[in-house]
Ligand binder design. Sequence first.
Ligand code: AOF
Ligand code: ZN
Length: 348
Amino acid sequence: MTDFEYMALAYQQAAKGQGLTWTNPCVGAILVKQGHLLAMGYHHSFGQPHAEVDALQHLADPKAAKGATMYVTLEPCSHFGKTPPCAKKLVAVGIKRVVIGQQDPNPLVSGKGIAILKAAGIQVTVLQYPDQLNTTYHFFYRHQRPLITLKYAMSLDGKINGAPNQRTILTGQAAYQDSQQLRAAHQAILIGENTLTVDNPALTVRHVKTAHPPIRIILVRQADTLSHDLQLFQTKIPIWLLASQPSRQDWPDHVSVFQDDHWTPQAIMAFLYRQGVQSLLVEGGSQIQAAFTAANLNDCLVVYLAPLMLGGGGLPAVFGTSQTQHTPFQITTRQLDSDIRIDARRNF
Ligand code: AOF
Ligand code: ZN
């Protein structure tokens, strides 16, 4: 088998951790010696051993690692995080050659894992294998901001409600279920104060199991004026209030207020990068969608198109700040009972 074929096998292992590794990448590793597959492993979930260690633990004879080749989808780590550095472990057990799918874009590790291996005389090959499993992880480090998805549901005439300041349910059960999965796949959700008070959403993930529900981020003027009866405050999942005025209130542990005079989309991005939030779902309302659009911070769109016309004076899905000129998106569609999900994505 070729290096690329073994690497494909390592990626199959990595895929087993999908949806479970949270801010960590999905990583797979296999051990090969003289054409024999000795062991396989992967990163099972956030906080658990890394793929390389998992593969080593699956060896029938631990001494067999000596002289073996490890195929690992991501550069072995060089740092003490929740687990000790894998690169040093590979040196210690006598691995002879390491074939890597992609260099780790995380600056804590990037290039340093490879340097440890090479310094110990291990032969290292980096394949630049296309990594479809960790798009968000790579995007976050490459662009130094989260991957942004704007999400909204709209009528056939492009409106999100029947009248301003009114909540209108547009889509059916299948789209609802789908939107819960969309939430579960993100590390944070953002809405504005208007949507918070008009829709009174909980912003939780329902009917989908997730160990790490998204952080609920609300853009507000003055945090202290928010009613504690809002659904948002009825669950203990973290809430970040991005406020333009300081708060004098004592908030419970899961609520944090971050004050800045002008929370522009760009300022929010810089903040989320510092906080390590890799993906953001923007759920509205229309002015916030417009602000992100005008700032060109719209990597993906998920639009649920409902089979009805609202007419009247309802709000368009994206409305407000002037728009800049954009390159077209790539679009795919999917039927969800009577609704259609439209996915639009930029080239990134
Ligand atoms: C690997 N193999 O399977 C994973 C790696 O906090 P920790 O200790 O879990 O470290 C997380 C970082 O380690 C993560 O950002 C990435 O740089 C690397 N993840 N590395 O060699 C793995 N999951
Ligand atoms: Zn590691």
